[in-house]
Write a protein of this length. Structure first.
Length: 97
């Protein structure tokens, strides 16, 4: 909805695309970062309290999962927002209102 308002106020599609990309990038980093940290915390708690073994964390979540999920969120977000960028603002406002 913010993108439609920006288009109505005269923002270019390139500006809106950059704003959306930055927003989805932050969401992806925050979401995947919290997910990786929660999974490491739960793995530590399981290893320490249930299995009585030392916890040795792997670097795979930080090197593969974090950037992978971030890029996936960015791609899906930009793919879903392409309809707002390609259609006239008045048409989108009528459809939403």
């Amino acid at each position: 909805r913010e993108s439609v308002l920006l288009r109505t106020l005269g923002a270019q599609s390139k500006q809106i695309l950059k704003i959306n990309a930055l927003e989805y990038l932050f969401l992806g980093v925050l979401g995947s970062g919290v997910g990786v940290l929660l999974s490491l915390l739960s793995s530590f708690l399981l290893a320490y309290f249930i299995f009585d073994t030392p916890f040795i964390p792997s670097w795979v979540p930080f090197l593969v999962v974090l950037p992978g999920i971030t890029l996936l969120v960015l791609a899906i977000g930009l793919f879903n927002s392409r309809g707002v960028l390609n259609s006239p603002p008045l048409q989108v406002l009528r459809k939403e209102g």
